[in-house]
Design a protein around this ligand. Structure first.
Ligand SMILES: [Mg+2]
Length: 133
């Protein structure tokens, strides 16, 4: 089972290349090294359509074109992708809006800036919640 293991394929969606690099660095420290990257929700959805083996999505909230919430709604409405755990990344100022993400089936969210340990914990939680339900 690749899900939840360090071998899982993680899609990182963020319009800010530096943030994608930070997330990758933190994940690598926890042993993950199988990544796909997209710079907005539209690109993220495109990658999900062409890669049916994505195990986890880490997605920024605030992005041009298709933002995190819109991407979440699309993912949760598509049969092939609807079960993929989806972690939303938000700024402190966007925290109040996370209820919208919860209503739309987000697995969890994390507020910037965060540590590798916090990110790892969110990843693990997404899979334990999924197993429990
Ligand atoms: Mg952004």
């Amino acid at each position: 089972m690749r899900q939840g293991s360090t071998e899982m394929k993680i899609l990182i969606v963020d319009d800010f290349p530096t943030m994608r690099r930070i997330v990758k660095t933190l994940l690598r420290q926890s042993g993950y090294n199988n990544f796909l990257e997209a710079d907005d929700g539209a690109h993220g959805i495109e990658l999900l359509k062409s890669n049916s083996d994505v195990d986890f999505i880490i997605c920024d909230w605030n992005m041009p074109n298709i933002n995190g919430l819109e991407m979440l709604k699309t993912v949760r409405s598509q049969g092939s992708m609807r079960e993929i755990p989806f972690l939303m990344v938000a700024a402190e100022s966007e925290k109040d809006q996370m209820l919208d993400a919860v209503k739309n089936g987000v697995s969890n969210f994390i507020i910037k800036p965060f540590t590798g340990a916090a990110l790892q914990e969110k990843l693990m939680k997404a899979f334990s919640v999924k197993r429990a339900s």
